[in-house]
Design a protein around this ligand. Structure first.
Ligand SMILES: Cc1cc2nc3c(=O)[nH]c(=O)nc-3n(C[C@H](O)[C@H](O)[C@H](O)COP(=O)(O)OP(=O)(O)OC[C@H]3O[C@@H](n4cnc5c(N)ncnc54)[C@H](O)[C@@H]3O)c2cc1C
Length: 336
């Protein structure tokens, strides 16, 4: 019997799924339509995850494999590896998708080597070649100058990690039907290799990928002071602050803020680029935004080629003016 099911790893933190899990779920649904007789399985590990199970079905899973064990409540790589390798051996999925978060990247590599199968990291595109039931995994390579489409024809599961923010999640539909399989898993006694002593939350920039509005600053901002002004604008619009690599390199903001090829890929409703020239390595991280606004004093800056709206001017004048207009509007009763 052929198992052409798709596993989607649902990464959770504090009993909540990371949004990338739902992005992958939506993609898996699309892929599954091209794979006759296939099902989408959400796979999650831990305990007290009943709500996440329900949401997984609402987000597109046909089945949810819930490996229930309090030892799996927090991410420990070798434990997760052991469980997921066992689940793959038991349920034999054809495709296994994992979000390319820090944990996901590590985990995927550990699973693929154990199963001796192929893994494409950090994909930006996934498709199915229906005649062959093959997953076409596309990812940028050579610094984004070449898009490579990679296949894994001889080994299963075909594994891919996908960058958060690249794919679009489906809105939850709590009327969808699905099955939850609770796997009572006995964790074998293994040597304790890792012990988590403390978790220190990352604050700055951590919400960048999921913020509806991002106000980014580049070299043109001129220093860390300028970023305070961008923060003010972001707060007024209910958004986050981002940055170009130039601004990060100068130490004006931490790396968590960086948007682009070697930073985060984002898809906000509104992206405002302030004093950013628009190098291709920056653009690849923002091009999926719904509306791009550029503020730059050089009318020939390449950012204007991708911008839906442009303001040619000094950002140190334009941004305070925008702040003032928005503050006045909010005062007169406008909603955020
Ligand atoms: C392998 C590789 C990976 C990279 N990854 C990334 C990445 O992930 N993200 C990224 O951003 N870059 C990345 N880069 C760097 C990228 O090529 C650019 O160097 C960088 O994006 C430039 O940043 P910038 O636009 O802020 O600075 P600049 O190119 O210096 O542009 C500054 C802009 O600000 C304007 N300006 C100046 N003063 C003002 C003012 N007062 N008001 C309004 N406008 C003003 C200028 O006209 C100019 O257009 C990468 C490069 C390489 C080689």
């Amino acid at each position: 019997m052929k198992h052409s099911n798709i596993f989607v790893f649902i990464e959770t933190v504090n009993q909540k799924a990371k949004p990338v899990s739902w992005e992958l779920m939506a993609k898996a649904r699309e892929l599954s339509e091209k794979l006759e007789g296939s099902e989408v399985w959400g796979v999650l590990l831990g305990n007290e995850l009943d709500e996440v199970c329900k949401e997984a079905i609402a987000r597109g899973a046909d089945k949810v494999l819930y490996v229930k064990n309090s030892e799996l409540n927090e991410y420990i790589n070798y434990k997760y590896q052991k469980v997921l390798v066992d689940m793959v051996k038991k349920y034999k999925p054809e495709i296994f998708l994992i979000g390319a978060t820090l944990e996901g990247r590590e985990l995927a590599g550990m699973i693929a080597t154990e199963l001796k199968t192929g893994l494409t990291a950090d994909c930006t595109g996934l498709d199915i070649i229906p005649e062959k039931e093959l997953l076409a995994m596309t990812r940028p390579t050579f610094g984004g100058n070449l898009m490579a489409t990679i296949f894994c024809p001889e080994h299963v599961p075909q594994m891919a990690t996908v960058r958060p923010g690249v794919m679009k999640e489906l809105p939850p539909d709590f009327k969808r039907a699905g099955e939850i399989i609770v796997e009572e898993y006995q964790m074998p006694e293994v040597e304790k290799l890792i012990e988590v002593l403390e978790s220190i939350p990352v604050k700055s920039g951590s919400n960048l990928q999921y913020a509806p509005v991002v106000i980014s600053g580049g070299n043109g901002v001129g220093g860390p002071e300028g970023f305070k002004m961008l923060r003010k604008l972001a707060d007024l619009l209910g958004g986050e602050v981002g940055a170009s690599r130039a601004a990060v390199k100068k130490g004006w903001v931490p790396y968590e803020y960086q948007v682009g090829q070697t930073g985060k890929t984002i898809r906000p409703v509104l992206y405002i680029a302030c004093g950013i020239s628009g190098a291709i390595q920056h653009i690849v991280g923002i091009k999926e935004s719904d509306i791009i606004v550029a503020i730059n004093k050089d009318e020939n800056a390449p950012i204007f080629e991708v911008a839906d709206m442009g303001i040619v001017g000094d950002l140190h004048k334009v941004v305070p003016a925008l702040i003032e207009i928005i503050e006045n509007k909010l005062k007169s009763g406008a909603r955020k």
